[in-house]
Design a protein. Structure first.
Length: 446
C-alpha cells in the first residue's frame, strides 16, 4: 500500500473492504461518492428501526413526552464530540435547512450585505438570492478559482469587507464552508471565523461536510452559527444535521423552519398564544426545535449509536487518519492511471480532508467539434457530457461519481471512507478511463 499512517492492512485497524460487511451496499456497488448522501452501518439501522417502532407503539406519548427527553442524550453526545455546551445544540433535517433558518431569521436593513464565496453550495447561494429579493439585503460574492492559497482566500475576504465598509455598507454575515462540496476541498474556516470576529461580521459556517469528517472544536472555534450534516460523514441516517447557536445569539433565531408551535410572537394587546405541546423544561431556543412539524425524528435519536460504532473502530482520530491518507494516496493513484493531476494548492491544504479531485482525460474541444458535426448545441456540451458520464458509471458499472466542470476542465470528486481501500480507487480509475474514452468518441451524443 505504501504511504504514511494506518492502512487497510494494518493489523490494529479494521478499515478497508473487510468493513463492507457492516454496511448495506449491494455486492456489486462500490461507493466512492460517500460525500453526497452518506450511509450508515446495519448496527445503526437497527437502532433507527427501534426508534421508529417506539414512535408507532404509542405515538402521542412518544412524540409529546418521551422524545424531548431522549433528545437530551443525542445533544449531549454531540456536545462531547464537538466540545460545545448542550444548550447550544439542536437538530434540523439538513445543512440547507440550517442555513435557511439563520438567513431567514436575521433582520436586514438597507446597506446590509451577505457575503459568500464562489464555491458556495448551490442551494445556499440560491437562499442568499432569495433573501436579497425579499429583504433590503444585498449580496457580495468573493470570486476565485481553485487552486488558490488559504492566504489568498482570507485576504480576499478581508478586502471585500473593507471595500463594502468604505462604500458605506456593512457586511452583516459571511457564509463559508468547512469543506467545499464541489470541488471537494478544505477551506481555511478557522481563519475566516477569526477574521469575522475581528471585523464585526457574523460567521455562518456551512459545515455540511464537517462533523465526522474533520476535527471540530466549537468551543475553540466559537462561530456565530454552525450547521453540519450528521448523515454524511458521521453515519447517522438521513436526514439529520446539528445546528449550533451560542447562547449570545439565540435571541436572533426566533423561528424554526417552518415556523411551528414553539414560536413566540411579539406581544400585542388582546392576543395570547399558547404552545399546545407539553413543556419540556428546555430553554426557549431548544424547545422551539424540539417539535418542528410532524417528521420522522428517529434519525436524531441515532446519534449516540453512530458515535458508539465509530468508537468501536478506534474513534474519530483513527478514522480521520485512515481516510485522509487514503484520499491523498488514492487521488494520486487515480491521476497516475488517467495521466492527469490532482487539484491542490502549493501549500497542500486543499486535500486535508476525505476528498480528492482528479482531472479527467476529456477533450472539451473535441467533444464540442463532435457535437457541432451533429448539429448539437456546442455550449451545452460540458453539462451534457457530465450528466451522461455520471449516469453511465452508476448504471453500467455500479458506482456513481460526482463530476464537476471546473477551471477549464472536467474533474471527479472521490470520497475516501473506512470501507474503501486502494484497490477501489484503482477500480474507479479504470472505469473512468473507459467512460472518458467513450465520451471522446462521441457516445454522449447518442
Amino acid at each position: 500500500m505504501g504511504g504514511q499512517g494506518p492502512t487497510a492492512s494494518s493489523p490494529s485497524l479494521p478499515f478497508g473492504r473487510q468493513l463492507r460487511k457492516d454496511f448495506l451496499f449491494d455486492d456489486d456497488y462500490i461507493n466512492i461518492n460517500h460525500g453526497s448522501f452518506g450511509t450508515y452501518p446495519h448496527q445503526v439501522r437497527d437502532v433507527l428501526r427501534h426508534w421508529q417502532d417506539r414512535h408507532e407503539a404509542r405515538p402521542d406519548q412518544f412524540i409529546r413526552y418521551d422524545y424531548p427527553k431522549l433528545m437530551v442524550e443525542s445533544r449531549a453526545a454531540l456536545g462531547s464530540l464537538l466540545n460545545a455546551p448542550i444548550e447550544t445544540l439542536v437538530c434540523v433535517p439538513n445543512a440547507t435547512s440550517g442555513i435557511n433558518t439563520v438567513l431567514r431569521n436575521l433582520v436586514f436593513e438597507p446597506g446590509d450585505k451577505i457575503l459568500y464565496f464562489a464555491t458556495t453550495y448551490g442551494s445556499c447561494e440560491l437562499t442568499v438570492k432569495y433573501i436579497t429579493e425579499t429583504t433590503p439585503a444585498e449580496d457580495v460574492k468573493v470570486q476565485y478559482t481553485y487552486p488558490v492559497s488559504d492566504d489568498y482566500l482570507v485576504q480576499a475576504f478581508r478586502d471585500a469587507v473593507k471595500k463594502e465598509k468604505e462604500a458605506g455598507n456593512r457586511v452583516k454575515v459571511a457564509m463559508f464552508d468547512t469543506i467545499v462540496s464541489l470541488p471537494g476541498v478544505r477551506m481555511p474556516y478557522e481563519r475566516l471565523t477569526e477574521a469575522c470576529r475581528e471585523l464585526g461580521v457574523f460567521s455562518l459556517i456551512d459545515g455540511a461536510h464537517g462533523v465526522g469528517h474533520i476535527e471540530l472544536d466549537l468551543g475553540k472555534l466559537d462561530p456565530d452559527f454552525f450547521i453540519s450534516n450528521c448523515h454524511k460523514w458521521l453515519f447517522v441516517p438521513r436526514g439529520c444535521a446539528v445546528f449550533y447557536v451560542p447562547v449570545r445569539n439565540q435571541y436572533l433565531i426566533r423561528s424554526t423552519l417552518p415556523t411551528s408551535h414553539g414560536f413566540q410572537p411579539r406581544p400585542k394587546p388582546g392576543m395570547n398564544f399558547i404552545n399546545p405541546l407539553p413543556p419540556s423544561g428546555d430553554s426557549r431556543f431548544v424547545s422551539n426545535f424540539n417539535f418542528v412539524g410532524t417528521i420522522d425524528s428517529s434519525p436524531y435519536l441515532c446519534i449516540p449509536a453512530a458515535i458508539a460504532y465509530r468508537a468501536s473502530l478506534g474513534g474519530e482520530a483513527a478514522i480521520r487518519e485512515y481516510c485522509f491518507d487514503l484520499a491523498r494516496r488514492g487521488g494520486k493513484r487515480v491521476a497516475e492511471i488517467l495521466g492527469t493531476k490532482v487539484l491542490e494548492n502549493e501549500e497542500g491544504t486543499l486535500g486535508e480532508c476525505c476528498f480528492s479531485n482528479v482531472l479527467l482525460p476529456l477533450d472539451l474541444s473535441k467533444c464540442q467539434e463532435l457535437a457541432a458535426s451533429k448539429g448539437k448545441d456546442v455550449d451545452s456540451v460540458p453539462s451534457v457530457v457530465k450528466i451522461w458520464a455520471s449516469k453511465v458509471i452508476v448504471m453500467e458499472y455500479g458506482g456513481f461519481q460526482a463530476f464537476i466542470e471546473y477551471a477549464g476542465g472536467w474533474w471527479v470528486r472521490l470520497s475516501a471512507q473506512i470501507y474503501l481501500e486502494m484497490a477501489d480507487f484503482e477500480w474507479v480509475a479504470e472505469v473512468i478511463k473507459k467512460v472518458c474514452e467513450r465520451a471522446n468518441a462521441g457516445e454522449f451524443l447518442e
